[in-house]
Design a binder for this molecule. Structure first.
Ligand code: CA
Length: 242
């Protein structure tokens, strides 16, 4: 059974969602604010398989909670609940380290689908972490280039003796660029294909992710050799620069 931490201060919403998630077989705990959520996750870091995190919370908001979790090295998948009329929240959410988002109000079926998507990845991670169980063939999801290795099933990047943990979204964006290796990829395509954003969303979210990814995989982030800017278009990934 997967355990979900639901961070939502509006009690009727939280209780309703808890009821529905429990009916689907999830174990659910409600945290009414960010501080409670952070304390719960610090006390039992492995207890929850995913966090459903509302942006609008009393005290620390969802952005602060997400970035504090990531800064503390906790990589539990986060599904962020944003306000439909504030697309800038989506960008801030991703910058803070959310893995996916859902605008409120949402349909339960969509929330369940998003949650399953996050948990599936989480399960691969557990499988490959457990040496008693042989890892499935699909877990050999590794890309090696220029002395670096990206292990997509463990969400890790190895460069020399350094290991960087990636969020799901960082890994997905890298995977997308790698799949189009050598070709210019438009910011708009990344937003649509990686995040499923179809509205008129600000493409600067991508630039923020690229800045972060360059820090991880470039020797000189200011002078990138792998994640190149294509002026007026977007970005291009080059595995082995000539
Ligand atoms: Ca709220």
């Amino acid at each position: 059974m997967s355990a979900v931490l639901l961070v939502e201060d509006e009690q009727h919403l939280a209780v309703g969602l808890q009821f529905n998630l429990e009916a689907e077989g999830y174990e659910v705990e409600i945290a009414p604010d960010g501080e409670t959520a952070l304390a719960l996750l610090a006390r039992s870091p492995n207890r929850f398989d995913a966090v459903v995190l509302d942006v609008m919370l009393p005290g620390k908001d969802g952005f602060e909670v997400a970035s504090e979790l990531r800064q503390a090295g906790r990589f539990v998948p986060i599904l962020m609940l944003t306000a439909r009329n504030r697309p800038e929240d989506v960008l801030r959410g991703f910058e803070a380290g959310a893995d996916d988002y859902l605008p409120k109000p949402f349909e339960l079926a969509i929330l369940l689908a998003r949650l399953r998507g996050l948990l599936r990845r989480r399960e691969w991670f557990h499988l490959t972490q457990n040496p008693a169980e042989p890892a499935p063939a699909t877990s050999a999801d590794v890309f090696t280039f220029a002395g670096k290795t990206i292990d997509f099933s463990n969400l890790e990047l190895h460069a020399g003796d350094r290991t960087v943990k990636l969020t799901l979204m960082e890994a997905e964006l890298l995977r997308y660029l790698i799949r189009h290796e050598g070709k210019a990829v438009a910011r708009r395509s990344m937003l649509e294909e990686v995040w499923g954003l179809r509205e008129d969303t600000d493409t600067r979210a991508i630039d923020n992710f690229i800045v972060r990814l360059r820090k991880y995989l470039e020797t000189e982030p200011a002078n990138p050799r792998h994640l190149l800017t294509v002026r007026g278009v977007g970005y291009r990934f080059v595995a082995e620069p000539g």
